[in-house]
Each structure stands twice: as structure tokens, then as C-alpha cells.
Design a protein around this ligand. Structure first.
Ligand code: ADP
Ligand code: 5GP
Length: 199
């Protein structure tokens, strides 16, 4: 870490289908300078996903090697695939004094809370359960059984919102993106909870 105020690590989490990817893409569109960690995953690419941009797509053996060499800040198994945050680029970014954003699921967010307690944890919440179901179905990228598995996980994930520092409701992509950008660059509040919806 550099001198002065340490760079902020912000974690965006929330149930699958809530719009994390959409909101992060909007943040990048408006602010190309915002740095978002590229995760490794054993999941297969979806149509349109670009290796090295959306994810580093790896096989199980490579993922095992990354875990064994302490190459991941956190990792989790999610709906049958593994996902993890490469630690080296993140260290480099924060070490240069610049903020960084992770977009990860709940188990990973909890690991970051333990390993980097100064990180700011942001929960992206749907306006309602019905809207979450619609969004997940509307994306149409997974078979029904996979959607079912993700909705089961999402129910438990919604209950974890209280563990987060801030809750951002994704009612509108542009508004949620603005709120997230504000959080990335806001002065660190330490461990005082923000005036989010869950006070
Ligand atoms: P996640 O990354 O959390 O799994 P996605 O970004 O893939 O979610 O979004 C899931 C679906 O919801 C997509 O079809 C996306 O276009 C839609 N969506 C995202 N945010 C909103 C919003 N604020 N209002 C309406 N639809 C949204
Ligand atoms: P998807 O398959 O829809 O891209 O992602 C599934 C879930 O994995 C999402 O909730 C996404 O936020 C999460 N995810 C993506 N990258 C990582 C990561 O590096 N670590 C963890 N723990 N979760 C991740």
C-alpha cells in the first residue's frame, strides 16, 4: 500500500440475475478508468464473452494450481462451477494507490471481509423477488434447471444483505451505476455503516 489514505477495495455482490454485470458494464461505459478485477472461472464462456475481458476461462486443473499457489484472494463454487479473484493484479492496482472493484458472489464476499477487513462491501438488491425471477429468466442464457439452482441460491443470498456495508437497489441501471461510482471514490468511512436502505 502507498502512503496516505489507502486505496479503496470495493466488493459488489448480490444474487445472480440482479444485474451486477449490467451495472458494472454501465459503470465502465461511463467511467472507463474504473478498474474491475477479471476473475478466473471453470464455467464455459457464454456467447459474446471474451476471454481475458469478462473472465479468464480455465480448466479444473489450472484452477487447482491457482489455489495451491495462493494465487487467489478468494474463490467459491457456484452453481457447479468455480470462480476466483486473481490476487496479483489486484495487489498491484491497490498498491499504486488506485481503487478497485470486485464483482463476486456471497461466499467470496465473506472471504474478502475476513482477509481484507478494510474492503467496502456493497450489496446489489433487486426491487422485488418477482423482478429478480423475471431478470434471471429474461437473460435466457441458462437451461431451466440451472435457473432453478440459481434461484435457490438467490433466496439465501438475499437474506445476507444485512452483512454488507451498503445496499444499492438496482431499480434503474443508470441510477445504480451512479451510486456505485460514488461509493468507489468516496472517502473511506472506516467501519461506520453507510446510510443505505438497511439501517
Ligand atoms: P448478474 O450479473 O447479477 O447475474 P445480469 O447483469 O446478467 O445479472 O442481469 C440479469 C438480467 O437483468 C439481464 O437480462 C439484464 O439486462 C437485466 N437487468 C439488469 N439490471 C436491470 C434493471 N435495473 N432493470 C431491468 N432489467 C435489468
Ligand atoms: P456468472 O456465471 O453469472 O458469470 O457468475 C456467477 C456468479 O459468480 C455471480 O454471482 C458472480 O458475481 C460470481 N463471480 C464472478 N467472479 C467471481 C469470483 O472471482 N469470485 C467469486 N466468489 N464469485 C465470482
Amino acid at each position: 500500500m502507498g502512503t496516505g489514505t489507502p486505496a479503496r477495495l470495493t466488493v459488489l455482490s448480490g444474487p445472480s440475475g440482479v444485474g451486477k454485470g449490467t451495472v458494472v458494464a454501465e459503470v465502465r461505459r461511463r467511467h472507463p478508468d474504473v478498474w474491475v478485477s477479471v476473475s478466473v472461472t471453470t464455467r464455459r464462456p457464454r456467447p459474446g464473452e471474451v476471454p481475458g475481458v469478462h473472465y479468464h476461462f480455465v480448466d479444473a486443473a489450472e484452477f487447482d494450481r491457482l489455489i495451491a499457489s495462493d494465487g487467489l484472494l478468494e474463490w467459491a463454487e457456484y452453481a457447479g462451477n468455480r470462480y476466483g479473484t486473481p490476487v496479483a493484479p489486484l495487489r498491484e492496482r491497490l498498491g499504486s494507490g488506485a481503487p478497485a472493484l470486485l464483482e463476486i458472489e456471497l461466499q467470496g464476499a465473506r472471504q474478502v471481509r475476513e482477509r481484507a477487513p478494510e474492503a467496502q462491501l456493497v450489496f446489489l438488491a433487486p426491487p422485488s423477488w418477482g423482478e429478480l425471477v423475471n431478470r434471471l429468466a429474461g437473460r435466457g442464457s441458462e437451461p431451466a434447471a440451472v435457473q432453478e439452482a440459481r434461484l435457490t441460491i438467490a433466496r439465501a443470498e438475499l437474506e445476507a444483505a444485512d452483512e454488507f456495508d451498503v445496499v444499492v437497489v438496482n431499480d434503474d441501471v443508470a441510477r445504480a451505476a451512479d451510486e456505485l461510482v460514488g461509493l468507489l471514490t468516496a472517502p473511506s468511512p472506516g467501519h461506520v455503516r453507510s446510510s443505505g436502505a438497511h439501517e
